[in-house]
Every structure is written in structure tokens, then in C-alpha cells.
Write a protein that binds this ligand. Structure first.
Ligand SMILES: C=C(O[C@@H]1C=C(C(=O)O)C=C[C@H]1O)C(=O)O
Length: 356
């Protein structure tokens, strides 16, 4: 080994020793914080969001902000686990984008609970079998996930956070020759997201060869049992089921992103950069939606999302899901909510939480 290399490695070893001492000291402090928390609620999304924002602001480089965020998410994950172990439910099986989203937010020091359906994720949290749930709510190219929105309307749970996950789709099979593929399994939303790529690169496949699966991970499982089949799924699914990657990033829109919500039983304090989600109905007069949006405009509250869903209580009646900028404890949001309570036939605040 050259003298220069040895010197550099000696310095790295010394820094690792210091890092280990610092991480252990931090973990000890988190344990003490855990003892002070009387409510028993360990996870504080607003505090974690502030720490991640500060670390990215102060990041001197050369490590990217994205990697700094991952590193500190992991450090907080292990500190949290020392306060109290945490169960997080998500749409399974393992290898789905929902699992990826859960790990992105909570880090790896959690017990993951893969559920069979979005309904089950809600049930697990409602019954306290899980502390938190992670559910998909919208995709940038395919729009809203209707089931999640319908369940949000009924549930007593609150939204504690949001996760934006760039969704990259991979074509995977037992071998990598596209000519040998006679069918492709995937979740209908992933098939739709790769429509153009499939038509261009596998023109010999009829539409009947594109087979709906319950999830992308389930698609990978089926492809692992059939030599002529391929699956469209996440990179993690290929690893889990021992499949080879035939093509990467085959989504038609490279900015393709899915937004997930964290659901739980707590109200989250303001972080300084928050969102508030609510659902409301009008009294069905003409111009009624204008009446609902007017208080927001008057109090200078920006709306980042407006989505309507059939109300299921009457034909052509709708509920409106609205995301606002700001926390319900902010003066302008609180004032707008007070007015809305008077004007809306029904209003439910789903939660305020740190903006992703
Ligand atoms: C240590 C705490 O508990 C948890 C762990 C945190 C951390 O590791 O920094 C931050 C917030 C909480 O989710 C705390 O509330 O300060």
C-alpha cells in the first residue's frame, strides 16, 4: 500500500471511530427523549422534517442532498426504534412501491407489515395492529387512487405525512431476450404507465398478452414461475424474485411520481412548511363549489390539489378533496376553515402534515 493511501485510510478510520461515538451518543439522547414523552407517541413527523431540511440546507457537499436525507432518515430510524419499536403497514407483498415508500419515510429500523389490500392497511392502523400505514393516493400520470380517497372519507385516522416516490418501472424475466416473451404481468396502473414503450418495443404482443396482476410484486412472482412470461415491476421486486432486468426505466413519463400518505392516530404540530388535506361537500346549488373555494382565496390560502369523487349517496353528487398550503394552526388557514364550516354541507379535516 502506498504511504498516501495508508494515510487517507487512517484518517477515514479515525473519522469512523468518531462517527460511531457520535451516533451512539445521539441514540442515548433519543432514548432519554423517549422517557420524557408521556403520550407514548414516539414519531414526530414535524421534528424529523425540520431536521432533514436543516441538514440539507447546511450540507457542505460533496454528498448530494438526496443522500444526506437518506442517511439522516436512517439515523433517526434507529434512534426512534430505541425509544419504541414501530410497526408500519403498507400494500404488499414486499417489493411493491408502497414498501419502497414506507422505507423512504421511516428508514429500515421498523417492522414492515405487508397487507393484501389498501383496505387492510387502514384496518391494521385503526385496530392498533400497526402504528402507521402508508397508502398510495395519486400518480402523476394516472391520477387519483380512488380506493384510498373513499377510505379517507370514512376513516377516523388522520394524515400524518406525505411521501413523493419517483416511480421507475423495469421489465424483468428469467432471461433477457425480448423475442422470447409471450406475456407480461403487471398491475394495471403500471401497464398503463408503460403503454407507449410496450407498443414500440414489443409490437408482436397483442393486448391480450398484457395480464393484470394484483400488484407488481405479484407479477414478478408469476414471471418467476413461467419461462415465457415477463413482469413490469420495481428493481427491488427483480432482486426479491431472482429475475433478470430486460429493460430499465420503461415508464413513458420519466418524471412519473406516485404520492403516498402516512396515516395514523395523531395530530401533527406545524413544521413551518406544511399542507392540510380536507374533504367537503356542497349543498348542490349552482355555483356551490365557488362558495367553498371563496374563503380560501379571501384568506390567501393556496390550494395545491382539488379532486372530486362520486359521493355514493346520490346520483351526480360529489365530494371534493382539497389540499391546502399551510397548517390548520396557521391563522389564515384557521380563519378559512371557520368560514368553510359554515358554508360546506359537510367538512372533514383529514390532517395537517409536513409537505414532502
Ligand atoms: C428523538 C425524538 O424522537 C423521534 C426521533 C427523532 C430523531 O431521531 O431525531 C426525531 C423525532 C421523533 O420522531 C424526538 O422527538 O426528539
Amino acid at each position: 500500500m502506498s504511504e498516501e493511501l495508508k494515510q487517507l485510510r487512517d484518517q477515514i478510520d479515525a473519522i469512523d471511530n468518531e462517527l460511531l461515538q457520535l451516533v451512539s451518543k445521539r441514540a442515548g439522547l433519543a432514548q432519554q427523549v423517549g422517557k420524557i414523552k408521556k403520550s407514548g407517541i414516539v414519531y414526530r413527523p414535524e421534528r424529523e422534517a425540520q431536521i432533514l431540511a436543516r441538514m440539507q440546507e447546511q450540507n457542505p457537499g460533496p454528498v448530494s442532498n438526496e443522500h444526506i436525507k437518506q442517511l439522516f432518515t436512517e439515523i433517526m430510524s434507529l434512534c426512534r426504534a430505541l425509544e419504541k419499536p414501530m410497526n408500519v403497514a403498507y400494500l404488499g407483498p414486499n417489493g411493491t412501491f408502497s414498501e419502497e415508500a414506507a422505507l423512504k419515510r421511516f428508514g429500515s429500523a421498523i417492522t414492515g407489515m405487508a397487507c393484501d389490500s389498501i383496505d387492510d392497511v387502514f384496518r391494521m392502523v385503526e385496530s392498533d395492529a400497526a402504528n402507521y400505514g402508508v397508502v398510495p393516493v395519486e400518480n402523476s400520470s394516472e391520477g387519483a387512487i380512488g380506493r384510498t380517497m373513499d377510505l379517507l372519507l370514512q376513516t377516523p385516522l388522520t394524515i400524518c405525512g406525505e411521501i413523493q416516490l419517483p416511480v421507475h418501472q423495469f421489465l424483468m424475466a428469467q432471461q433477457t431476450d425480448l423475442a422470447h416473451i409471450s406475456k407480461i404481468y403487471s398491475h394495471p396502473q403500471s401497464l398503463a404507465q408503460c403503454h407507449h414503450w410496450l407498443k414500440t418495443n414489443l409490437p408482436h404482443l397483442p393486448d391480450s398478452a398484457l395480464i393484470n396482476a394484483a400488484s407488481n410484486a405479484d407479477a414478478a412472482r408469476q414471471a418467476a414461475a413461467d419461462k415465457q412470461a415477463a413482469a413490469i415491476a420495481s428493481h427491488r421486486a427483480a432482486e426479491l424474485f431472482g429475475l433478470s432486468i430486460c429493460a430499465e426505466n420503461i415508464e413513458d413519463d420519466p418524471r412519473n411520481t406516485t404520492r403516498f400518505l402516512v396515516i395514523g392516530k395523531q395530530t401533527v404540530a406545524p413544521s413551518g412548511k406544511d399542507k392540510t388535506s380536507l374533504v367537503m361537500t356542497t349543498n348542490n346549488r349552482s355555483g356551490a363549489i365557488y362558495t367553498l373555494l371563496e374563503p380560501l382565496a379571501q384568506h390567501g390560502v393556496s390550494m395545491s390539489r382539488l379532486e372530486s369523487r362520486p359521493s355514493r349517496t346520490g346520483l351526480w353528487q360529489y365530494v371534493f378533496f382539497v389540499d391546502l398550503e399551510g397548517h390548520q394552526q396557521n391563522d389564515n388557514v384557521a380563519a378559512a376553515m371557520t368560514e368553510l364550516r359554515d358554508k360546506a354541507a359537510f367538512l372533514k379535516i383529514l390532517g395537517s402534515y409536513p409537505a414532502a
